[in-house]
Design a protein around this ligand. Structure first.
Ligand SMILES: *Cc1c(COP(=O)(O)O)cnc(C)c1O
Length: 377
């Protein structure tokens, strides 16, 4: 029997809301845990689509300097960051947050009341649905075609009366790019806001920004976590229509993005050489992954690929690679996807080489590993 610290035996966990009783975001394996468990010193970290290099020198310089003034609250309107974004991209309106995840969460809080619909082009990044559920929304998954492209007509039918719908391009985890004209068709066809998640847009050739001047219901989300190598700093922002800004501000916590991260982001946006080099590196490796992965790979516009590893399950392949010192992500937790896919980031040369070598050897060992194929531990 539970006595409790005060001896009363009272329990409090029934107070927790139903939507948080199970589930939640699924993370990639931790390098430290895997190294310890498998007795390896170097682990290839290809599970979270991070840039394997440090932030640019400019980002490190400005972030470090900002720490000197961290006794003060940040500027609540983040003027310097917003000005830097305008210098970089042009005269748009911006909203910011603690990672793009923070932008998504606040935007849902701004627009969605309990019971409102939130549509999501699925399979995709799981956080849209989780954030919608946390706001007691009715989350409506909209299936993609067999090749993971979006059917605009189907999307419009499902998302027509949703307060907000989510479309990720290039899509996580499939890598699929939604063509500009399909996004146009969707924007004209729906009544709510479209959140176009461009976390990986730096790695592809489509520029969706011109849409901002024609549509008042478009928000384009960006992050400093992937191409810009600032995942740990948690900086996200979005291009947003002007009407949304005051409401978004009211819905957000008084101070969101911290002053150190905001200055590091400015440094990264002003000093882009290392980001551009990483993008070139990704484009080369993406091709090699397609040719040398030894399992079918979907075409990708991002810094990762998704491979179909059947007859292995994604979970079994993740365990098999972890033993060999390579962290990749199983796609089993992505709603709407069968259980036999893995997502593999483009990391540093040695990490990518190690992944290709190990997955080839797993494939060749083939039948010797059948017990694991079924997902046995
Ligand atoms: C990584 C990722 C994000 C979140 O980025 P943060 O800015 O680190 O919160 C958002 N959307 C997609 C599709 C992502 O893959």
């Amino acid at each position: 029997m539970v006595i409790g610290k005060d001896g009363s035996g009272k329990r409090y966990d029934h107070l927790v809301r139903d939507c948080f009783r199970s589930g939640g975001y699924v993370f990639a394996g931790k390098a430290g845990d895997i190294a310890r468990k498998e007795g390896i010193t170097r682990v290839a970290r290809l599970g979270s689509n991070e840039n394997p290099n440090p932030p640019s020198p400019g980002a490190i310089r400005l972030g470090s300097t900002a720490l000197n003034e961290a006794n003060r609250y940040p500027d609540e309107t983040l003027d310097l960051l917003v000005q830097c974004l305008s210098r970089t991209y042009g005269p748009y309106d911006f909203i910011t947050g603690v990672g793009m995840d923070g932008v998504i969460e606040t935007l849902i809080r701004t627009l969605v009341s309990p019971g409102d619909r939130v549509a999501v082009a699925t399979p995709t990044f799981s956080f849209y649905g989780l954030a919608g559920m946390a706001q007691s929304a009715e989350v409506v998954p909209v299936g993609r075609n067999k090749d993971y492209s979006v059917d605009p007509g189907l999307f419009i039918d499902a998302a027509g009366n949703a307060k907000i719908s989510f479309l990720c391009s290039p899509n996580n985890p499939t890598g699929t790019i939604t063509p500009f004209k399909d996004v146009t068709e969707i924007l004209s066809g729906i009544d709510g806001v479209l959140f176009l998640d461009n976390a990986y847009v730096e790695f592809c050739d489509v520029d969706y920004l011109p849409l901002m001047k024609d549509y008042e219901n478009l928000v384009i989300g960006r992050t400093m976590s992937k191409a810009y190598a600032l995942a740990g700093a948690r900086v996200g922002y979005a291009f947003a229509p002007a009407w949304l800004l005051p409401y978004f501000r009211r819905a957000s916590t008084p101070f969101t993005l911290n002053s150190v991260s905001a200055r590091a982001a400015i440094g990264a946006l002003e000093d882009r050489g290392s980001m551009e080099a990483y993008v070139r590196h990704v484009r080369l490796w993406r091709e090699r992954y397609v040719m040398e992965c030894s399992f079918p790979v979907a075409p990708s516009g991002a810094n990762f690929i998704m491979a179909d590893v059947s007859p292995w399950t994604g979970d079994a392949m993740v365990r098999e690679l972890a033993v060999r010192g390579v962290i990749v992500r199983s796609c089993a937790s992505f709603p709407g996807l069968p259980d036999h896919f893995i997502r593999v980031s483009v990391g540093a040369d040695w990490e990518n080489e190690l992944f290709l070598k190990e997955i080839r050897s797993i494939r060749e060992a083939g039948s010797g590993l059948t017990a694991r194929k079924q997902g046995a531990p």
